[in-house]
Design a protein around this ligand. Structure first.
Ligand SMILES: NC(=O)c1ccc[n+]([C@@H]2O[C@H](COP(=O)([O-])OP(=O)(O)OC[C@H]3O[C@@H](n4cnc5c(N)ncnc54)[C@H](OP(=O)(O)O)[C@@H]3O)[C@@H](O)[C@H]2O)c1
Length: 251
């Protein structure tokens, strides 16, 4: 039976991105009031928040720079002040750049550290800032947007793959540490057909789809559907990694 999500409040980091925007749409459609967290995309985030289906209280677009712990503490205060609660945190912010895995010099220290700070420390720091609000919710849920690169070790670069493996591991530690008040789950997409991916070489995209048993890439809304399902239906799930990958690891 579905749990009603009316009156719930969610923060989605990277909320103006390809997958993040779909998650904001999905949560709002399910009745959740959404805080669209942005880093550099303030205007797209504000446009998105203004266009989301109204769920009760107005949605908001707020700065959520996940490598800045002081700003995250201020964000938690802002959310508490506006809404008095936060029930769902979706850690969707992530960064990467294509560097062939054999090009060790191409993955310099700065890029390596930026990827780990954003993709691993970022979700931790955001949860740390929101912990008290999530505990008070009575139904606290954290969803970490991971990637099948965590397991396949195939992805945009070596550090990105390692960062998603670390994120899945952290999902388990934190699910154990924060239970029963807060559930922590990873959602692990295969390649998703975002605008960014649509701009890539057609034959490469077709090849990726062809290697997927379901013969296509993930639609961003299918990642959002998994996030909503974790809040509304999969209420006894924590510490798990939920694949949204069309069976890609099978081939
Ligand atoms: N697309 C795929 O095929 C795919 C597959 C598997 C997993 N994923 C994961 O899905 C998530 C979203 O990816 P996407 O494809 O939607 O990429 P995207 O459109 O590039 O979105 C990434 C988002 O991360 C935010 N971000 C980057 N650095 C940040 C920082 N320091 N602080 C706060 N926010 C930051 C960006 O915010 P601003 O725009 O505001 O700067 C952007 O909205 C990522 O975690 C990615 O690893 C994607």
């Amino acid at each position: 039976m579905a749990v009603s999500l009316q009156n719930r409040v969610a923060l989605v980091t990277g909320g103006a991105g390809g997958i993040g925007a779909a998650i904001c749409q999905g949560l709002a459609a399910a009745g959740v009031t959404v805080v669209v967290g942005y880093h550099s995309s303030r205007e797209p985030a504000e446009r998105l928040a203004a266009g989301l289906p109204l769920a009760g209280r107005p949605h908001a677009a707020l700065a959520a720079p996940v490598t800045d712990s002081a700003a995250l503490a201020a964000l938690a205060e802002e959310i508490e002040g506006r809404y008095g609660r936060c029930d769902i945190l979706v850690n969707c912010a992530g960064t990467t750049r294509f560097v062939p895995h054999e090009d060790l010099d191409g993955l310099d220290d700065g890029l390596f550290e930026q990827i780990l700070a954003t993709n691993v420390r970022g979700p931790f720091a955001t949860l740390r800032a929101l912990r008290q609000l999530l505990e008070r919710s009575g139904a606290g849920l954290v969803v970490n947007i991971s990637s099948i690169a965590a397991v396949s070790a195939m992805g945009s670069n070596v550090a990105y793959c390692a960062s998603k493996a670390a994120l899945d591991n952290m999902t388990k530690s934190l699910a154990r540490a924060l239970a029963p008040a807060i559930r922590v789950v990873s959602v692990s997409p295969g390649l998703a057909d975002t605008d960014f991916v649509k701009k890539m070489d057609r034959s490469w995209r077709d090849e990726q789809a062809g290697r997927t048993p379901l013969q296509r890439l993930a639609e961003p809304h299918e990642v959002a559907d998994a996030v909503v399902a974790l809040a509304s239906h999969l209420t006894f799930t924590t510490g798990a990694v939920i694949p949204v990958d069309g069976g890609r690891p099978l081939s």
